[in-house]
Design a protein around this ligand. Structure first.
Ligand SMILES: Nc1nc2c(ncn2[C@@H]2O[C@H](COP(=O)(O)OP(=O)(O)O)[C@@H](O)[C@H]2O)c(=O)[nH]1
Ligand SMILES: [Mg+2]
Length: 244
C-alpha cells in the first residue's frame, strides 16, 4: 500500500483550516496531512492542535517562528515528507481555492505514470471562479510569458495544486531552489522537467477564497518576472545533480 501526504501551508487561516482538514480526511483515498504553520497571529496553530487531539496520527504540523514565505514552507514540508517515507507528496492551499475532492485525481495521474501532476486552470480556456479580473490576467498572461521565455508547453506554470512522485522530489536539490512565491512554483516545475521527469496537467476549477485574505504581494510577482529570466540561463542538470 502506498502512502500519500498533502502539505498545507498556513498563515492566518483560522476561518478555513478546520473545514479543509476534515474534508481531506473524508476522501475515499487516504491522505495524511502536514500543516506548515508560520506562527499565524490569528491562532491557526491552536485550532490544528485541538484537531490533532481529536483526530490522532494522520494530522501533523510543523511550526515555524514567523512568516517565512510559501516556498520555504513547502521545502520544509517536502523534507519532512521524504523523511517519513511518503510515496506521493501533494501541495494544496488552505483556502478552498483548490478543491480537496480533486486530490485523488492528482494522485491517480501519478499512479498512472506522471512524475509530477499539476492541477491546471488553463488546460482548456480559463477555469477560474470569482477571481478579480486583474488577477486572472496576471496569472494567465504570466503563464504565457513563462512558456515563451522557458520554451515549454505547460499551460498553468504558477499552479500550486500538485502531486509529486517521491523520486521527483528526491532528485531536486532544495538548497538550489531560489524563488519563494509564484516563482517557486515555476522553478519547481521547470527543474523537474529539465531533470527529465514527466509532467501531466490535470484540469481543475480554481475558486477564489471565500474566507480570510490573500497573502500575495506585488513583490512576489516581480520576483517571478526576474527569476524566470535567471532560470532561462541556469544549468539545471548541474545545479541539481548532487542528490541524484
Ligand atoms: N506557512 C506559510 N503559508 C503561507 C505563507 N504565505 C501564504 N501562505 C499560505 O499559502 C496558501 C496560498 O496563499 P494565498 O494567500 O491564498 O495566495 P493566493 O491564493 O495566491 O491569493 C494559503 O494556504 C496561505 O495560508 C507563508 O509565508 N507561510
Ligand atoms: Mg488563495
Amino acid at each position: 500500500m502506498s502512502k500519500q501526504l498533502v502539505i498545507i501551508p498556513t498563515y492566518n487561516e483560522k476561518e478555513n483550516i478546520e473545514a479543509i482538514i476534515r474534508k481531506v480526511l473524508l476522501l475515499h483515498r487516504p491522505f495524511d496531512i502536514l500543516i506548515v504553520e508560520d506562527n499565524s497571529p490569528d491562532g491557526t496553530a491552536l485550532i490544528v492542535k485541538r484537531l490533532q487531539q481529536e483526530l490522532g496520527g494522520r494530522l501533523a504540523m510543523l511550526e515555524r517562528k514567523g512568516k517565512l514565505g510559501l516556498g520555504t514552507a513547502y521545502i520544509a514540508g517536502f523534507r519532512w515528507g521524504l523523511e517519513q517515507g511518503y510515496d506521493y507528496i501533494c501541495e494544496m492551499d488552505a483556502d478552498f481555492s483548490h478543491n480537496p475532492d480533486d486530490l485523488p485525481r492528482l494522485l491517480e495521474a501519478c499512479e498512472q505514470g506522471a512524475d509530477l501532476a499539476v492541477g491546471s486552470r488553463y488546460v482548456s480556456g480559463v477555469n477560474v471562479v470569482n477571481w478579480p479580473m486583474k488577477r486572472v490576467l496576471i496569472s494567465y498572461y504570466g503563464s504565457a510569458y513563462v512558456r515563451k521565455i522557458l520554451n515549454i508547453r505547460v499551460r498553468d506554470m504558477t499552479a500550486g495544486f500538485k502531486c509529486y512522485r517521491r523520486k521527483t522530489l528526491e532528485a531536486i536539490c532544495f538548497d538550489n531552489i531560489k524563488m519563494k512565491g509564484y516563482g517557486f512554483q515555476i522553478e519547481m516545475k521547470y527543474t523537474a522537467m529539465k531533470l527529465g521527469f514527466h509532467l501531466v496537467e490535470v484540469p481543475i476549477i480554481f475558486t477564489d477564497r471565500k474566507l480570510g485574505s490573500t497573502k500575495m504581494s506585488g513583490g512576489i510577482v516581480r520576483e517571478a518576472l526576474l527569476g524566470i529570466l535567471k532560470l532561462r540561463f541556469k544549468n539545471i542538470a548541474k545545479t541539481h545533480s548532487t542528490q541524484l
